[in-house]
Design a protein around this ligand. Structure first.
Ligand SMILES: C[S@@+](CC[C@H](N)C(=O)[O-])C[C@H]1O[C@@H](n2cnc3c(N)ncnc32)[C@H](O)[C@@H]1O
Length: 580
């Protein structure tokens, strides 16, 4: 039963069994920073306890009652998010505004698995209102939820803001994996929102929200340490996400079973755990637990390679002159590497190949371009290729590690496949981009690819540098226990800046995931261990609680670039690095 204690700290960390109107009445004013409410929609859904068939006016009055309590307990700079169906969206928006809320966004949540209707348009959306109290001062962090812009994604345009842009107010949920579990009909359109085969399904509540949707709301509208309240907790999705993202949390639920199971779900996750599902629906889809899962070639978390890459298939040399001509028309003074790695230039090259009636697929033509270069015929043709693609190491630093990890993943997926072969084949190249952008979001495809090419080019130099300087010469030693700190406890602003090396490893040292060197450990680790970056780590990566990061500060940046990292790779054989 709900206690009448006024101390907020007594409420934190769990779902309380009881009626939310009565319970919120016992909370202090202005005591929570974010409320997410997904109330019953009054459409006759069969909850185990709640009767979802109130008379219309009664439902609106009850909604006004609980929303007034939300208004009272919400901090002046806080946010209230309301999920609601078509039936009462308009009415509840008006009621919320009467109470004093200001509407910041009206988000349409679009399901690509719209429900087939016979007598009207197929329904495929619900509503999410973002309300605030004070238009002059409210918590909102757009950078926490930025997505790559179309300029970046589609056009690879250098002028695009590398930090991405705010997401649209239409949010898309793709249910690629729900084919076997979900046969919607008009009466049930709204509740298989986390469809049956999605891995994250807690399995006991028909109305479970996707964790990533809540992730977007919690990240953008609260700060770490803030308190998040869900008055209609259901399967505890909001609270689970709040916990994982390091917020304080509590909720109410009138069903005994849901409250119990919700608390069990909460206990089974930890602060720092990754959210379930794919972070960016445009680029990916949730992993599925079904063995019959459909293959998703573009999903970054699809840990399978493509069959049928037809690596051996090469067009014969009679096509060389047409390839040279297409290259000359498309290259704009750039090298073969650039024309293959740059999506814009490559599109042009492929177009010129079409016009010149060059046979073969995109990948085959790209591979042939490399062969032409190797044959010396390109040089002999006198085509200008001296325009430089200039990315300095400093420019590459914020995502260099992501390119390296993506390259390593592709190499693991396609053994014996070179980086050139990866970049030649649009399917593999896209997979590479998606891995890299999941780990370090917001950069251009060309940038991720060029970083990998630059790393490859540096390899031979690194080997020479290691021959010329021992680890000791470079100030390096193996990590000691005192160098390690749990990733869960790690705070980048607590460590010193400046040059050094680091490792991400299992606490029991059974595996090293990644080792690196940086001219500024603080900024590198702030990026690489940021929650948004860890969303891109492979499924199956141990939870934050069983990982630690080792850091070793060094007095100077070494002239022998990457040689320190080279030694660490040699010693620890990490799973995510490329070999030097
Ligand atoms: C739409 S579901 C919430 C689903 C939730 N967002 C999730 O992801 O699992 C609404 C929940 O509110 C609960 N409920 C209904 N009336 C309530 C009340 N007055 N107080 C507390 N919980 C209530 C229902 O039992 C139901 O579990």
């Amino acid at each position: 039963m709900i206690s009448t204690d006024q101390d907020l700290s007594k409420w934190l960390g769990q779902v309380h069994l009881g009626d939310c109107v009565e319970a919120m009445g016992q909370l202090p004013d202005s005591s929570v920073q974010l409320v997410f409410a997904d109330p019953p929609f009054n459409i006759g859904y069969a909850y185990d306890e709640y009767d979802d068939r109130l008379e219309s006016q009664q439902y609106i009055e009850w909604s006004a009652q609980w929303m007034s309590e939300v208004y009272r307990v919400l901090d002046a700079s806080g946010a209230f998010w309301l999920a609601i169906g078509d039936e009462y969206a308009a009415e509840l928006k008006v009621e919320a505004q009467k109470i004093g809320f200001k509407t910041r966004s009206w988000v349409v949540w679009y399901y690509t698995f719209g429900v087939h209707c016979t007598a009207k348009f197929t329904r495929s959306h619900a509503h999410l209102f973002h309300f605030i109290k004070d238009e002059k001062s409210f918590t909102y962090h757009p950078s926490e939820v930025a997505v790559p812009s179309a300029r970046q994604l589609v056009y690879g345009d250098k002028r695009a803001n590398p930090k991405g842009r705010s997401p649209d107010d239409t949010w898309i949920l793709r249910p690629q994996d729900c084919v076997d579990g979900f046969t919607p009909d008009e009466d049930t359109w709204y509740f298989p929102r986390v469809a049956g085969t999605f891995k994250e399904r807690a399995g006991f509540h028909g109305c479970q929200m996707p964790e990533q949707l809540l992730g977007r709301i919690v990240r953008s509208c609260s700060n770490p340490g803030d308190t998040v309240l869900d008055p209609f907790s259901g399967s505890s999705t909001t609270l689970t996400v709040a916990k994982k993202l390091g917020r304080q949390f509590f909720g109410f639920e009138m069903s005994q079973d849901y409250a119990k199971l919700g608390n069990e779900r909460l206990h089974s996750c930890s602060v720092g755990d990754l959210l379930e599902g794919a972070a960016e629906p445009k680029a990916s889809a949730p992993a599925t637990s079904s063995k019959q899962a459909r293959r998703l070639p573009t999903a970054p978390h699809n840990e399978r390679g493509f069959d049928n890459l037809a690596k051996g298939l090469n067009l014969d040399d009679s096509h060389f002159p047409a390839i040279i001509e297409a290259f000359a028309k498309a290259n704009r003074g750039y090298s073969v590497d650039r024309v293959v790695a740059d999506p814009l230039l490559n599109e042009d090259f492929q177009l010129q190949c079409d016009r010149g009636a060059v046979a073969g697929t995109t990948a085959e033509r790209n591979r042939m371009l490399f062969r032409v270069r190797k044959s010396g015929q390109l040089k002999a043709s006198g085509i200008e290729t001296s325009k430089r693609t200039a990315f300095s190491w400093e420019q590459l630093d914020p995502f260099l590690y992501a390119s390296e990890i993506a390259w390593r993943r592709l190499s693991d997926l396609y053994p014996e496949t070179s980086l050139d072969e990866i970049l030649c084949d649009p399917r593999m190249a896209e997979q590479f981009d998606q891995y890299a952008s999941a780990i370090a979001p917001g950069f251009l495809q060309l940038e991720y690819r060029w970083a990998a090419l630059k790393l490859r080019k540096e390899r031979h130099q690194v080997q020479k540098r290691m021959e010329n300087a021992s680890a000791k010469d470079l100030g390096l030693r193996k990590f000691k226990p005192k160098d390690a700190i749990s990733i869960k406890k790690f705070k980048a602003d607590k460590i010193e800046g400046g040059p050094g090396v680091y490792a991400i490893r299992a606490k029991d040292e059974s595996a090293y995931l990644y080792v690196g060197e940086s001219s500024d450990l603080q900024s590198r680790l702030a990026l690489q261990l940021a929650d948004s970056s860890r969303q891109g780590w492979l499924p199956g990566t141990p939870a934050a609680k069983s990982l630690e990061v080792c850091t070793l500060h060094l007095p100077t940046v070494s002239d022998a670039r990457l040689a320190r990292q080279g030694y660490l790779v040699k010693w620890y054989k990490p799973l995510w690095n490329c070999d030097f």
